[in-house]
Ligand binder design. Structure first.
Ligand SMILES: [Mg+2]
Ligand SMILES: [Zn+2]
Length: 171
């Protein structure tokens, strides 16, 4: 590994996001988006580190517990594994807005990842569907790709994760 890392947002990038104001609270509510597993496997095959960084304010709002979230992520990893794919880490901000330094667009989740493995910022990318993802990647100092909700602030824009990943592995 040479530190080239793809940081992925979760909801709206890997799985169907919950309706506004709601959260994915159990595995039964988690549905992969088309091509998402294939995209992660493609990154694995091309020796990218793959890291999920996700804001989960539903925990601060007591709509779910950290235990619920850990169970979802256990099943997520298991399902990826069943398809020959994996993520190297999942980093979560469970806090309310304005109460921490990890909630995107802050960069605390990237800094947590850096504790666990080297990140070469010059080779790394943030992929997300929200403004806060793109701002977070820019704040951290890596290039950004917006998916689904095309964002002119991002360095690149693609309709979905698989098309973004196809660009990365072919460039
Ligand atoms: Mg999202
Ligand atoms: Zn936080």
């Amino acid at each position: 590994m040479d530190g080239k890392t793809v940081f992925l947002d979760r909801d709206g990038v890997i799985n169907v996001k919950a309706p506004e104001g709601d959260y994915i609270k159990s595995w039964s509510e988690f549905h992969f988006l088309p091509g998402a597993i294939e995209a992660i496997r493609l990154l694995n095959d091309h020796n990218w580190h793959v890291v999920i960084i996700t804001n989960q304010r539903g925990i601060a709002r007591h709509l779910m517990t950290m235990h619920d979230l850990n169970r979802i992520h256990f099943s997520l990893k298991e399902e990826l594994q069943n398809h020959g794919a994996h993520v190297d880490g999942i980093y979560v901000c469970p806090h309310e807005k304005g109460t921490c330094h990890c909630r995107k667009p802050d960069i605390g989740l990237f800094l947590q990842a850096e504790q666990d493995f080297p990140v070469d910022k010059s080779k790394s990318w943030m992929i997300g569907d929200s403004q806060s993802d793109i701002e977070a990647g820019r704040n951290y100092g890596i290039r950004t790709i917006s998916v689904v909700n095309l964002n002119p602030l991002a360095d690149k824009q693609f309709p979905n994760l698989l098309s973004a990943v196809n660009f990365l592995v072919n460039s």
